[in-house]
Ligand binder design. Structure first.
Ligand code: FAD
Length: 505
C-alpha cells in the first residue's frame, strides 16, 4: 500500500503568518513523522507592521501552551480593551468599540441593547458606553484580567494585545524550532509545477538548493509567490468598497504610560492608527491615493504624532480584496498572500489564526480531496466577506462633508448583506450574528450608534418592562460597572507587576 500521508510540509515565508503557522503545526505534529521546513529571506524581510489584535489570539496562544506574561514581556506588549474611533461620524465626535458585552443579560431572552433603546425612546439619557466595562476601564486607563467573581462584570473582562509583531514572530520561531521546525534562510527564485497535475513539486532557492514538499504553505506576503505567481489563482478586488490603497507607518517615542486601547483617527482621505507598546508607540496613516498624495499623507502623519519619531516613515501599498482560491492543489495561502483587509479592526492576524485552525481541522492526505479544498475556500471566503462588510460599515455611516473622499464613501453602493444588516438595525434595533461571524452584536452596535446610524425602534418584547423600573435597574447596572472599573489597577501598574519587558520605564 502506498503512503498517502502528507509528510513533507514546506512553509515559504517567515513573517507573522509563517511563524504562527510553523508554531501551530509543530505543536500538532511534533514527533508524529512529519517534517516541517520554513524558508524565509532576510534580504526580502517582512511587512514589519501589524501590532494590534482581537481577543481570539488568546486562544491561539493558549492552545500552544504559551505563558501569557512571558509572551507579553517578550513582545513588549500592552493590553487592549477596544479601539477608539475619532472623527468617524463627524469631526469632533468619538466612540470606543469595546471588547466584551454591553450590560448584562435580561430575563426575556432578547439582547440587552433593546432595553437600552426602549429607555432612549422613552426620553432617558443613558449613554450606551456606560454599560461596557471595557470602555469604563479604558477611559480610566485601568486593566485587569477577568476575575472569578460570580455575577460580577469583572468575570467577563475581554481583552487582546498590542505588541511588536516582529518580536512575536521571533518568539514563535523559538517555539517552533524547539519542536524540530527547520528554518532555511534563502530567497526562493523559482517554483516547479508537476507536469501531470499542475501542483507544486518544489521550490528552488537562489543558492541552487531545491526543496521538495507534499504540502506548501504560502506565507510570502502580498505577492503570493506560490498561490498567485506560480498557480495564478486570481484576485477579487474590493477597492470599490474599501478604497484606501496605501499606508505610511512610523513608530515614535511613548509620551507617558500606555493606554489600554488602540486609536483610529479619521483624516480627510483615510485614517491614522495609534498603538501604544511598552517601549514605543506604533503609528500609521492609511489613505486613498486617489484623494491624497504620498507627501500629504506623510505630513499629516508626522504632524499628528504625540512623540518624537524614531525611524523613517515606511510606505506600503496594497489592494483590498482576497484570493479567488485560498487553497489550490497542494498549496494553501495564509496571511497577506491570501488577501488584505485594512487594519481598521485589527483583523489580519486573526485571519491568519483562522486559516491555520481550518487547515488543521481539514488537514489533507496526498490526494488533496477536492471537497476538503472547496470547504476550506468556502469558509474562508465567507469569513473574509463578513469582516469586509464590517469594515465597509465604518466608511458608509459617516456624515462628514469636509472632503470628497468621505462623501464618496457615504454615497457608495454597499454589499446587499450589509445593507440588510443596516436596515434591520435602523428600522427595529435588530442585530443578528450569522453562524461563526467574527463580529457580534456589541461590535455592530458600537459602530452604528457611535457613528449616528441610530435605531428608530426596539424589540416589542422590551415593552414588557415598565420604563421607570427599567431605568432604575439600568442605573444600578451602570453604577456597578463604574465601580468595578474604578477598582482595577492602572494598566501601567498591571504591566509593571506581571509582564514588564527590560525596556519598560
Ligand atoms: P510578510 O510580513 O510580508 O512576510 C512575508 C515573508 O515571506 C517574509 O519572511 C519574506 O522574507 C518571505 N518571502 C517573500 N518572498 C520570498 C522569497 N522569494 N523567498 C523567500 N522568502 C520570501 N494586522 C493585524 O492583525 N493588526 C494590525 O494592527 C495590522 N496593521 C497593519 C498595518 C498595515 C499598513 C499593513 C499593510 C498590515 C497590517 N496588518 C495588521 C497585517 C499584518 O501586518 C500581517 O497580516 C502580518 O504581518 C502577516 O504578514 P505575512 O507574514 O503574511 O507577510
Amino acid at each position: 500500500m502506498t503512503d498517502e500521508q502528507v509528510r513533507e510540509i514546506v512553509i515559504v515565508g517567515g513573517g507573522t503568518a509563517g511563524w504562527m503557522t510553523a508554531a501551530a503545526l509543530a505543536k500538532s505534529f511534533y514527533k508524529k513523522g512529519r517534517r516541517i521546513r520554513l524558508v524565509e529571506s532576510d534580504e526580502i524581510g517582512t511587512v514589519g507592521v501589524g501590532e494590534a489584535t482581537i481577543p481570539a489570539i488568546r486562544t491561539f496562544n493558549e492552545v500552544l501552551g504559551i505563558d501569557e506574561n512571558a509572551f507579553v514581556r517578550a513582545t513588549k506588549g500592552t493590553f487592549k480593551l477596544g479601539i477608539e474611533f475619532v472623527n468617524w461620524g463627524n469631526i469632533g465626535e468619538k466612540y470606543i468599540h469595546p471588547f466584551g458585552v454591553y450590560g448584562s443579560p435580561m430575563a426575556d431572552n432578547i439582547p440587552f441593547h433593546h432595553y437600552w433603546l426602549k429607555l432612549r425612546d422613552a426620553g432617558y439619557d443613558r449613554p450606551l458606553s456606560s454599560f461596557s466595562l471595557a470602555i469604563a476601564a479604558a477611559k480610566r486607563g485601568r486593566f485587569s484580567r477577568p476575575q472569578n467573581i460570580p455575577n460580577s462584570p469583572l468575570a467577563q473582562m475581554a481583552y487582546a494585545f498590542q505588541f511588536d509583531a516582529g518580536l512575536y514572530a521571533k518568539f514563535l520561531r523559538e517555539f517552533a524550532e524547539k519542536r524540530e521546525v527547520q528554518r532555511i534562510e534563502g530567497k526562493v527564485d523559482s517554483v516547479a509545477l508537476s507536469q501531470t497535475d499542475g501542483s507544486i513539486e518544489s521550490v528552488t532557492l537562489a543558492s541552487g538548493q531545491v526543496i521538495h514538499g507534499d504540502l506548501f504553505i504560502d506565507c510570502t506576503g502580498f505577492r503570493g509567490l506560490l498561490i498567485e505567481e506560480a498557480l495564478q489563482t486570481g484576485y477579487e478586488d474590493w477597492s470599490h468598497w474599501l478604497p484606501c490603497d496605501r499606508a505610511v507607518a512610523v513608530p515614535c517615542e511613548s509620551n507617558g504610560p500606555p493606554i489600554p486601547y488602540t486609536r483610529a483617527t479619521a483624516h480627510t482621505a483615510g485614517w491614522q492608527w495609534r498603538i501604544p507598546l511598552q517601549h514605543r508607540t506604533g503609528n500609521g496613516h492609511v489613505y486613498c491615493s486617489k484623494y491624497m498624495t504620498d507627501n500629504e499623507a506623510t505630513n499629516i502623519l508626522l504632524k499628528n504624532l504625540d512623540g518624537k519619531p524614531i525611524a523613517d516613515p515606511k510606505p506600503l501599498r496594497f489592494k483590498t480584496g482576497r484570493r479567488k482560491a485560498f487553497w489550490h492543489k497542494n498549496c494553501v495561502a495564509i496571511g497577506l498572500s491570501s488577501g488584505f483587509l485594512e487594519p481598521l479592526e485589527s483583523t489580519s492576524i486573526h485571519l491568519i489564526q483562522t486559516g491555520i485552525t481550518k487547515l488543521l481541522s481539514l488537514f489533507p492526505d496526498k490526494r488533496f480531496s477536492q471537497s476538503l479544498v472547496e470547504r476550506y475556500n468556502k469558509i474562508t471566503a465567507w469569513e473574509y466577506e463578513r469582516v469586509r462588510d464590517f469594515l465597509i460599515l465604518h466608511y458608509k455611516v459617516n456624515q462628514r462633508t469636509d472632503s470628497d473622499f468621505w462623501i464618496q464613501c457615504r454615497n457608495m453602493p454597499i454589499p446587499d448583506e450589509l445593507q440588510n444588516k443596516l436596515d434591520l438595525y435602523i428600522t427595529g434595533g435588530h442585530i443578528f450574528r450569522d453562524n461563526e461571524e467574527l463580529f457580534g452584536i456589541p461590535s455592530w452596535l458600537a459602530v452604528m450608534e457611535g457613528q449616528n446610524a441610530h435605531a428608530t425602534g426596539h424589540h416589542p418584547l422590551a415593552e414588557s418592562r415598565e420604563a421607570e423600573r427599567l431605568h432604575q435597574h439600568l442605573t444600578k447596572m451602570q453604577q456597578v460597572i463604574a465601580h468595578c472599573a474604578e477598582s482595577l489597577p492602572t494598566h501601567a501598574d498591571f504591566i509593571s507587576r506581571h509582564c514588564a519587558s527590560e525596556s519598560w520605564p
